[in-house]
Design a protein around this ligand. Structure first.
Ligand SMILES: Cc1cc2nc3c(=O)[nH]c(=O)nc-3n(C[C@H](O)[C@H](O)[C@H](O)COP(=O)(O)OP(=O)(O)OC[C@H]3O[C@@H](n4cnc5c(N)ncnc54)[C@H](O)[C@@H]3O)c2cc1C
Ligand code: FES
Length: 250
């Protein structure tokens, strides 16, 4: 696995929606190494464990990370200012497997939407379905449009876009693409995996687990995977976070 670590300069860290921040860090090497679906492990001063955040984008040596304030670590991240230095270990994990000539349906739910932007930029004419609880949490819509994606927005409460879940759109558009890549809450991923299975569509999903080391050394992030009819434990940080949906034991 190729990754870099060190102290890097924070270029910006702006709030883009309720409790959601858009952080840009200058780091040519990490930005060049990063593939869609991989993540960065961020050290937050005074916290022992790093915080995993997906690569949202990587342009001209600048790494973009979009994160939601959940607890103390991400709250401290939101207080960082341009010019501060950030300790980053990245890019980590195995990202999405993208094949030329296929049309992808990329699905993001809530704070699972950011990694789908980098993925959209690495696929041709993708259909992107983004789902949020309500309009206050909607992010990155212009970025997806600028990336040339066909974009569908859904909200659970109907306050913006289509009223409903990403899976409602997925079912209606099932004949319009070859493969699905998705990131978001586990119940959403489980429903997407089921729709894909019923319709014979390949599906890759990005899983989220609590992490320690981020590089396969501590076992904190173990998940159950089914391979050749046998259930085995794998690491989300090293073997994932992206897995073949058919192999995940939900
Ligand atoms: C591969 C991967 C990619 C991720 N990408 C993003 C992203 O792009 N944007 C984003 O907002 N969030 C993302 N997350 C979730 C993010 O890592 C957690 O929200 C964050 O670590 C919470 O830290 P905290 O200190 O604010 O919360 P606390 O609850 O105080 O954290 C306590 C501990 O639990 C860990 N933890 C808590 N929640 C999670 C979680 N959901 N997943 C993993 N570890 C957790 C923390 O890292 C910390 O070690 C990702 C998680 C994983 C595993
Ligand atoms: S976080 Fe340590 S093995 Fe995955």
């Amino acid at each position: 696995m190729k990754y870099d670590t060190g102290m890097f300069t924070l270029l910006s860290n702006e709030q883009i929606a309720d409790g959601i921040f858009d952080m840009r860090v200058k780091n040519k090497k990490i930005a060049e190494l990063a593939k869609c679906g991989q993540f960065a492990h961020i050290y937050v001063p005074s916290k022992t464990l790093r915080r995993p955040i997906s690569v949202c984008d990587s342009v001209n040596g600048v790494l973009r990370l979009v994160y939601q304030v959940k607890g103390e670590g991400t709250r401290l991240m939101s207080l960082m200012k341009p010019g501060d230095t950030v300790d980053i270990l990245a890019p980590l994990g195995n990202g999405f497997n993208i094949h030329k000539g296929k049309r992808y349906c990329l699905i993001g739910g809530g704070i699972g939407v950011p990694p789908m932007l980098f993925t959209a930029k690495q696929t041709e004419n993708p259909l992107v379905i983004t789902g949020f609880r309500s309009k206050d949490l909607v992010i990155l819509q212009n970025d997806f449009k600028n990336a040339g994606a066909e974009l569908v927005l859904t909200t659970d409460d109907g306050s913006a876009g289509v009223h409903g879940f990403v899976t409602d759109v997925l079912k209606n558009r099932i004949n319009d693409f070859d493969e699905v890549c998705a990131c978001g809450p586990a119940p959403m991923l489980k429903s997407i995996a089921q729709v894909c299975r019923e319709n014979g569509k390949p599906c890759q999903i990005s899983l989220e687990e609590r992490m320690g080391c981020g590089i396969g050394a501590c076992l904190v992030c173990a998940v159950k995977i089914r391979k050749n009819g046998e259930e085995i434990m794998q690491h989300v940080c090293k073997d994932g976070p992206v897995f073949n949906a058919e192999e995940v034991v939900f």
